[in-house]
Design a protein around this ligand. Structure first.
Ligand code: ATP
Ligand code: MG
Ligand code: MG
Ligand code: MG
Length: 486
């Protein structure tokens, strides 16, 4: 049944609203009150304190369409973009949550009913995994839902081949945790798998669309598990992945939204082959970059801001790869606003800031990009049969030409080279030491730099001045962050 991305989002939220769930707005991509997390990367993040028993809400069931970024920290899909059919740096996770209310039976039943009746997916196309010893979930799939045994795969801590799944979820080393059940859609036989060692090796024939977490234990510091009095549910369905299924395409990059973004990118860059990997990369990156800026992250040399800078520079490099002569990336913001501004008005509210920031960042990088690429080429020539780029070269590219190490890796990946990350880190440490000893007034410039990390502010509550952003932290004094210049 064909549905647009917008229709799927609203159908999902409406289904759970009708089933007693409070519809809650997506939280910011900058996690509120959680310094352990780089970016919001799952629907449950904003409910973490409820799961931890530190907070209660007037509702026990909630549903959201959550903005997520997985481009740094523990969850990092940046290197998958352009290579797999199913990964983005920014995506929307549709979620439904039970805070000690319903548990396994209802969670499975809701997911199955929405997929097979709401979205009318053919039952034969769905396969599920359960954690190896989770007989309860197995029995529900088998006896309540009526799935044949060969469609229910038990997976232990070792990942399960084509079903790339580990099936035990934990919030951290301690705290709530429990087994998962994942629902995979079979796109049918085809050449979806990639060569061994590549990110797409596991194959994209069976694509994980829905992940149900059954939080039933509390893991204690000594490693033992204690049963939770009130077990909880955390569910996530990837919007772009279900859209691919419902729109009859294999790759997320062929859904309505990405087709439009890719077509626009191709038009701006005057590219005729719409299957170019770089088009997928750029159309992915414009979403994460725009949404991050809308939520108050600005390019900087540290922390969140540096992740943003790295994504922007990758996009710029991919533009160059397709012959971009001039600044182009910011020109996609208007199209993105048209596509997603209704669901996420912050995009429209912050449009000018997004465009200005992207434009400036690209202009800056263009000053050194070509020279850096030329330098890299000559270094590759010198390497001969050696396929590892020395740390000093990676550092020079970083220090002189503004190439983040992962960008260098991205440039050489398809040519079969890797970068010596340990060597690069050593050079970075040396530089930090040099900076420290150069400080005559006892100022630690590394600490000083950290200020630029604080480019996080309440996206709806900021002032933008020329070259400077006045940031406001909830509950603390306004902090003036470092200039966005390098
Ligand atoms: P995968 O194994 O495919 O990387 P995951 O197990 O890491 O996915 P979860 O953490 O279980 O993903 O997230 C819940 C759902 O969110 C997934 O089932 C999927 O539909 C979606 N999802 C996760 N990561 C991405 C991503 N990078 N891009 C698009 N959708 C994603
Ligand atoms: Mg993953
Ligand atoms: Mg998975
Ligand atoms: Mg999963």
């Amino acid at each position: 049944m064909y549905m647009t991305t917008d229709e799927i989002r609203s159908t999902y939220l409406e289904f759970f609203r009708k089933n007693g769930h409070e519809v809650v707005r997506s939280s910011s991509l900058v996690p509120y009150n959680d310094p352990t997390l780089l970016f919001t990367n799952a629907g449950m993040n904003q409910f973490k304190d409820i799961y931890l028993g530190k907070e209660t809400r007037p509702y026990l069931r909630a549903t959201t369409a959550q903005k997520c970024v997985r481009a740094g920290g523990k969850q990092n899909d940046l290197d998958n973009v352009g290579y797999t059919a199913r990964h983005h740096t920014f995506f929307e996770m549709l979620g439904n949550f039970s805070f000690g209310d319903y548990f396994k039976k209802e969670a499975i039943y809701y997911a199955w009913t929405l997929l097979t009746e709401g979205f009318k997916l053919p039952k034969e196309s769905l396969t599920v995994t359960v954690y190896a010893d989770d007989n309860e979930a197995y029995d529900i799939w088998k006896n309540v839902i009526g799935l044949p045994a060969e469609k229910i795969i038990r997976i232990g801590d070792n990942k399960g081949g084509a079903f790339n799944s580990d099936n035990f979820w934990q919030m951290g080393d301690t705290g709530p945790c429990g087994p998962c059940s994942e629902i995979f859609y079979d796109h049918g036989p085809g050449v979806w798998g990639g060569p061994p060692g590549s990110p797409e090796e596991d194959g994209d024939r069976f694509i994980e669309i829905w992940n149900i977490v059954f939080m039933q234990y509390n893991r204690k510091a000594d490693g033992t598990f204690e049963k939770l009095k009130k077990p909880m549910i955390d569910n996530g369905l990837g919007l772009e992945r279900i859209a691919a299924v419902l729109q009859g395409v294999h790759s997320n990059y062929d859904i309505d939204l990405f087709r439009t973004l890719i077509a626009k990118t191709a038009e701006i860059l005057n590219v005729s082959d719409l299957s170019e990997k770089s088009l997928r990369v750029i159309s992915d990156h414009i979403r994460s970059c725009s949404f991050l800026i809308a939520d108050g992250v600005l390019p900087s040399n540290e922390g969140r801001g540096y992740v943003l800078r790295r994504i922007i520079r990758r996009a710029v490099r991919h533009g160059r790869l397709m012959g971009a002569k001039d600044v182009f990336f910011y020109k996609l913001v208007g199209t993105l606003c048209e596509l997603m501004g209704k669901a996420y008005p912050e995009l429209i509210e912050q449009r000018q800031l997004i465009e200005k920031t992207l434009k400036k960042e690209e202009e800056q990088f263009l000053n050194t990009l070509d020279r850096g690429l030329a330098m890299l080429d000559s270094e590759l020539d010198k390497l001969g049969a050696n396929r590892t780029i020395p740390g000093e070269v990676v550092f020079k590219l970083y220090d002189t030409y503004g190439f983040p190490a992962d960008l260098t890796q991205d440039v050489v990946r398809d040519r079969g080279y890797i970068v010596d990350m340990d060597g690069f880190e050593k050079e970075m440490t040396k530089q930090r030491e040099r900076a420290k000893s150069a400080s005559t007034f006892g100022i630690d410039y590394n600490k000083e730099l950290k200020l630029s990390d604080i480019s996080i502010f309440d996206g709806y509550n900021h002032l933008s001045c020329e070259g400077k952003i006045v940031s406001m932290f909830k509950g603390s004094e306004p902090i003036e962050s470092a200039s966005t210049d390098e």
